[in-house]
Design a binder for this molecule. Structure first.
Ligand SMILES: [Zn+2]
Length: 114
């Protein structure tokens, strides 16, 4: 298989930002993946492709599927409609902008128009 040259592998020269040890000898616990919750939720109304139905889109969100799915679930429940989460955005069926402006602050967001 391929020959490994340890002394020139840049990955082995990298230092841990916390303990400043070489990463190969670092014993820090792995950094848990934490989503910095955004404080601003950007809303806009979009027409979806099929039949031009309106969807309310919350965009510029962290691209964390589990977090998005959880938030989308809460918002769908609050609005009583369906929706999807994906790629840093949540789509809620219909024009839910007014409802979301009431609901999102309860989850720690300010809302702005997109
Ligand atoms: Zn370390």
């Amino acid at each position: 298989m391929s020959k490994i040259v340890y002394s020139t592998d840049p990955a082995l020269q990298a230092r841990c930002p916390r303990c400043k040890e070489l990463e190969i000898s670092c014993t820090c616990a792995p950094t848990p993946k934490v989503v910095e919750p955004p404080t601003v939720a950007k809303l806009r109304l979009e027409k979806s492709g099929r039949g031009g139905k309106a969807v309310t889109v919350i965009f510029d969100l962290p691209n964390d599927p589990a977090w998005l799915k959880e938030l989308a679930g809460k918002l769908k429940k609050a609005c009583g409609v369906g929706g999807t989460a994906g790629a840093g955005r949540i789509e809620i069926q219909g024009d839910q902008r007014e409802k979301l402006r009431e609901v999102l602050p309860k989850h720690g967001f300010k809302t702005v128009k997109g």
